[in-house]
Write a protein that binds this ligand. Structure first.
Ligand code: XMP
Length: 326
């Protein structure tokens, strides 16, 4: 039975020195646990799996096999960043799986959010299992479990665990971050040399853009979500809001409305902007984004994103609106 309680005398990790000490301790612990055996990791590019990857690369180098599944629901530039940081900069043993068509085919016609989650989760296990079977000599599975996942506090649904693998692939777990809180994970990530864009990423739901492309996902609307989200993130970063606002993203519903572009009537999708602040995601308030910035973002989205003719700002706090639209 594994001990899942944070040791009472464990000091909080707040400084680079404390992070370095934690890293040295965990590198030794991982080496002692896995020896010269191979470890598999599902590397999404999120903060937790990225920090686990960087830590394990330090401990066991190429004996860590990272699998990055691109399911087509990631934000613009994310799969490329995973390849750049881990394969090119950290020299990791990285398997990049382009599973975009597989996921989108499975999701075709699926409109109900819980059903979408199930399809995405089940397909993820299938792809990961296939990749695991291609690897020889894997004996361990690394996971980016953090302490709040163990405590199960708050409604932020963690998708770190690759549960549901068949019995013959139930590897022994390596979970070096399991006693850390999120802010400590970020300090460790920084000390490991990960880029700020990865370490200070806003929360991103497991099913990715899939819950922001409302109704049955179509490729054209998914592109509207991805492109409008990229513009929003770029403008928030440029205007000092990226590190300040807890979560911000765009949503595309599955209906069109009439607009006018270049003196012609057009029938296109709206984009909804959401930007909220919260401590624990149980309640949330809406960020007071400067009106001029909202106008500028609207201008960019309607000009640069194909198939969009309106932009709306969601003013609803939680409750009664949830953070995601699903
Ligand atoms: P709601 O919409 O319930 O969201 O107010 C609260 C927080 O949870 C995130 N969220 C998810 N995270 N898998 C996740 O990993 C999910 O299916 C999921 N749904 C919502 C949401 O982004 C917000 O931070």
């Amino acid at each position: 039975m594994q001990n899942n309680k944070r040791p009472e005398n464990m000091a909080r990790i707040e400084t680079k020195e404390q992070a370095d000490a934690f890293i040295a301790e965990q590198v030794a612990a991982v080496k002692a646990q896995v020896g010269d055996k191979k470890v598999l990791l599902a590397l999404s590019g999120g903060v937790d799996s990225s920090v686990v990857a960087a830590l394990l690369i330090k401990a066991i180098g190429k004996n860590l096999v990272c699998v990055h599944v691109n399911h087509g629901l990631l934000r613009k530039g994310e799969p490329e960043q995973v390849v750049e940081v881990f394969r090119n900069q950290m020299n990791a043993n990285l398997v990049y799986v382009d599973a975009v068509d597989r996921f989108l085919d499975k999701l075709a016609g699926v409109a109900e959010p819980e059903q979408k989650r199930k399809v995405i989760g089940a397909e993820f296990i299938r792809v990961f299992e296939e990749e695991a079977r291609k690897q020889d000599g894997i004996e361990f599975l690394a996971q980016g479990t953090i302490y709040p996942d163990i405590l199960e506090s708050g409604p932020v649904k963690a998708h770190h665990n690759v549960g549901g693998l068949p019995d013959d692939l139930r590897f022994e777990l390596v979970e070096p971050l399991k006693f850390l809180f999120k802010d400590e994970v970020r300090v460790v990530g920084k000390a490991l040399g990960l880029p700020d864009g990865m370490v200070y990423r806003q929360p991103f739901p497991g099913p990715g853009l899939g819950v922001r492309c409302l109704g049955a996902i179509t490729r054209d609307r998914l592109e509207c979500v991805r492109e409008s989200d990229a513009i929003l993130r770029e403008e928030f970063a440029k205007n000092g809001l990226a590190g300040k606002v807890w979560q911000y993203f765009t949503v595309v519903p599955d209906f069109k409305s009439v607009g006018v572009k270049e003196n012609k009537r057009c029938f296109e999708y709206p984009v909804i902007i959401r930007a909220v602040n919260t401590k624990d995601a149980m309640t949330a308030t809406v960020e007071d984004v400067p009106f001029a910035l909202l106008q500028h973002i609207t201008d960019r989205i309607t000009k640069e994103v194909k198939g969009v003719n309106r932009v709306l700002y969601d003013l609803t706090p939680k409750p009664c609106g949830t953070i995601e639209w699903e």
